[in-house]
Design a protein around this ligand. Structure first.
Ligand SMILES: [Zn+2]
Length: 132
C-alpha cells in the first residue's frame, strides 16, 4: 500500500485525525491527479450503488462535508450523479483542488465507515481494513 493510501485509510478508520491527515496529504508536492484517482476508486468501491448517488451513506457524506456548501465542488457533488460529478471535478482549475480533495476524503471516511459497520462487520478480507 502506498503512503498516501495508508494515510487515507487511517483517516477513514479514525486512526488519524481528519484535519491532520488532510494536511499531510496536501503537503507541498502532492499530486492532485493521484489523490483524486485513489479517492475516486475508493469511494466507488465503498458505495453499494456505483452509478447513482442515492445511497443513504453517500447522501449523508455529501451533505456533511466540512466546507462552505456554496463552494463549487460541493454544489457539483450535490447536483449530479457520482459519474458525472467526478468527471466534472477532475477537470476543475487548480484553485479548487484542495476543496475537491477535502470533499472526497470526507465522503470516503463516511462511506467506508458505513461499509465497515455493515458488510465488513463479520470479517471481510479487505487487507486495508486490518491497519494497526
Ligand atoms: Zn472490509
Amino acid at each position: 500500500m502506498k503512503k498516501t493510501e495508508e494515510i487515507i485509510n487511517k483517516i477513514a478508520q479514525d486512526k488519524l485525525d481528519f484535519h491532520l491527515g488532510l494536511h499531510i496529504l496536501l503537503e507541498e508536492d502532492y499530486s492532485f491527479k493521484e489523490l483524486f484517482n485513489t479517492l475516486h476508486n475508493y469511494i466507488i468501491n465503498s458505495i453499494p450503488n456505483k452509478t447513482d448517488y442515492n445511497s443513504e451513506a453517500y447522501q449523508r457524506a455529501i451533505n456533511s462535508i466540512p466546507l462552505k456548501p456554496t463552494f463549487t465542488p460541493i454544489i457539483i457533488l450535490k447536483s449530479f450523479s457520482t459519474k458525472i460529478a467526478f468527471y466534472k471535478l477532475a477537470s476543475m482549475p487548480e484553485n479548487e483542488h484542495k476543496k475537491i480533495i477535502t470533499s472526497l476524503l470526507w465522503i470516503f471516511k463516511i462511506t467506508d465507515t458505513e461499509r465497515r459497520n455493515t458488510e465488513c462487520k463479520n470479517g471481510c478480507g479487505h487487507f486495508w481494513h486490518e491497519l494497526e
